[in-house]
Design a protein around this ligand. Structure first.
Ligand code: FAD
Length: 471
């Protein structure tokens, strides 16, 4: 029996897709990569995932795991050979268990992030991972990419939120590691090996995740700022004053917000007068364990002092949930508006927080010197040292002309980040997008260790081949 026939017998005809039915799964969210596949298979249980992997291993068919397909590095898109089986996990979408005394939730890997947030909310807890794609991205994808998002400052990234995993390994066997333990020093940390491995070491089918108490009150503020240096000074003030209550600190340059306002005219900046024209804006969120009034008072006192000290030009504190949502919507619309406005060359770098102003200044100077007609957008999770630094297409420049400049622009921006001890991929991963670049920024020892881990766990190179490490 052919592999496709065996897969049909296993999961049912409706869940093995070919031709037109398969095509939405063969292109990435940014539509930068288009691949081909033998078929797309959608198993309905962890056991079926294990059987699919066994069948693929017997036939030597490469497997490309896919969750919500919102990844930004082409990691879930197969190559053009047409040999691969795309293994889509979205039918694994049950909340398996909630343990309130242990503050944990155990879920199938295909649950969307939003589904897990809502399940936590229903029992008066939060699952704090949060990102603009949360309605579509899956927990499996979040863990496979070690997603970051807007709450890392307080709660950490996906890695910090996972206690246990269930993983189907390359042989088709299952590692049942769904432990709800906060302490477990019994040898090598397999969980952390699979987290962030982008589907190249195993297929995550379930996870046990940490829950947190729901904050009594949240307050959001948008601030107008003179420069990135001022944003860093403000971050210092806010950290000192709010400590762990500071749950988010995002920054956006005016260029990005202007794109949002142009694309979505129903959105508006909450400022009047000259503050509207500030070059930078920050979004700050405070989560308080006491009351809304307490949070409001603390925020107003600290931000009032920041204005008096000349750190902040202007501030608007949200007075209702709707206003707070509108502020977050502005921030989350920056990547969406960029996508609508046309292609740009995107970077997802991190540098030590203290060096962010220097990074932005050096990158701006280098780009303006080499490509004076191109503009840049800076936004990101400043509190985590993570800057999305995007170089936008100049007026009259075609997409092909822009694409032709990618490696030169990458070289400039990534080179500056690397010189500062930074990373060329803070939260989006490597996928196929940065696979050729990675060797320039990792030592030979690090690359060799990574290759040996891959070889040990996936000797036939069947799990997401060509992603993270080149073949
Ligand atoms: P996919 O795109 O389907 O897959 C991503 C990678 O994980 C691939 O390599 C795939 O093979 C692998 N994979 C998927 N599921 C599994 C599994 N079950 N087992 C093993 N491997 C698997 N990311 C951030 O970190 N922070 C942000 O703030 C952020 N904002 C975003 C905003 C927008 C508008 C968009 C479109 C994306 C954003 N992302 C962000 C990127 C993306 O949402 C995350 O990378 C997300 O974690 C991917 O989840 P997914 O289910 O869509 O994974």
């Amino acid at each position: 029996m052919s592999l496709i026939q065996s897969l049909r017998t296993l999961v049912g005809d409706d869940h093995v897709l070919t031709g037109e039915q398969a095509s939405p799964y063969l292109v990435d969210w940014r539509q930068r990569y288009k691949g081909a596949a033998l078929c797309v298979v959608r198993p309905g249980s962890p056991e079926e995932v294990a059987s699919v992997v066994k069948l693929c291993a017997e036939s030597g068919a490469p497997i490309v795991p896919q969750g919500g397909n919102t990844g930004l590095c082409g990691g879930a898109t197969p190559d053009a050979s047409g040999d691969a089986v795309v293994l889509v996990l979205t039918r694994l979408n049950s909340i398996r268990a909630i343990d309130l005394d242990n503050d944990t939730i155990t879920v199938d890997a295909g649950c969307t992030l939003q589904q897990v947030q809502e399940a936590a909310k229903a029992v008066n807890r939060i699952f704090p991972l949060s990102l603009a794609a949360e309605g579509t991205c899956t927990i499996g994808g979040n863990l496979a990419t070690n997603a970051g998002g807007t709450q890392v400052l307080r709660y950490g990234n996906a890695r910090d939120l996972a206690l246990g995993l269930e993983v189907v390994v390359a042989s088709g066997e299952t590692w049942h590691g769904l432990r709800g333990l906060r302490k477990d020093n019994t040898g090598y940390d397999l969980r952390n090996l699979f987290i962030g491995s982008e589907g190249t070491l195993g297929i995550i089918t379930g996870a046990t995740l940490k829950l947190y108490p729901t904050p009594a009150a949240q307050r959001t503020a948008v601030l107008a700022l003179e420069s990135v240096e001022h944003a860093i000074r403000l971050l210092g003030h806010a950290r000192a004053a709010f400590s762990a209550s500071l749950t988010a600190f995002e920054v956006m340059s005016d260029e990005g917000l202007r794109k949002v306002l142009a694309c979505y005219p129903q959105q508006r900046l909450p400022f009047d007068g000259s503050s509207k024209d500030a070059p930078y804006f920050a979004l700050l969120e405070l989560s308080d364990s006491e009351s809304a009034e307490h949070a409001q008072e603390r925020l107003e006192t600290v931000l009032g002092t920041a204005i008096e000290d000349g750190v902040v030009l202007d501030v608007v504190v949200a007075e209702s949930l709707a206003q707070s949502k509108a502020m977050w919507h502005l921030r989350e619309s920056v990547p969406l508006a960029e996508a609508e406005a046309g292609k740009s060359i995107k970077h997802d770098v991190s540098v030590p927080i203290s060096l962010i102003p220097q990074f932005v200044q050096q990158a701006n100077e280098a780009i303006a010197g080499r490509f004076p007609e191109m503009t840049t957008i800076v936004f990101g999770h400043l509190g985590d040292g993570n800057v999305h630094y995007n170089v936008c297409r100049a007026a009259g420049q075609s997409v092909d002309e822009l694409v032709a400049l990618t490696s030169e622009v990458y070289g400039i921006v990534h080179g500056i980040a690397a010189e500062m001890g930074g990373s060329i991929s803070a939260e989006h991963g490597i996928g196929q997008h940065k696979v050729k670049e990675l060797p320039q920024y990792k030592s030979a020892v690090e690359l060799d260790l990574m290759a040996r881990i891959k070889k040990a766990l996936d000797p036939a190179d069947l799990l997401n081949p060509g992603k993270v490490l080149s073949r």
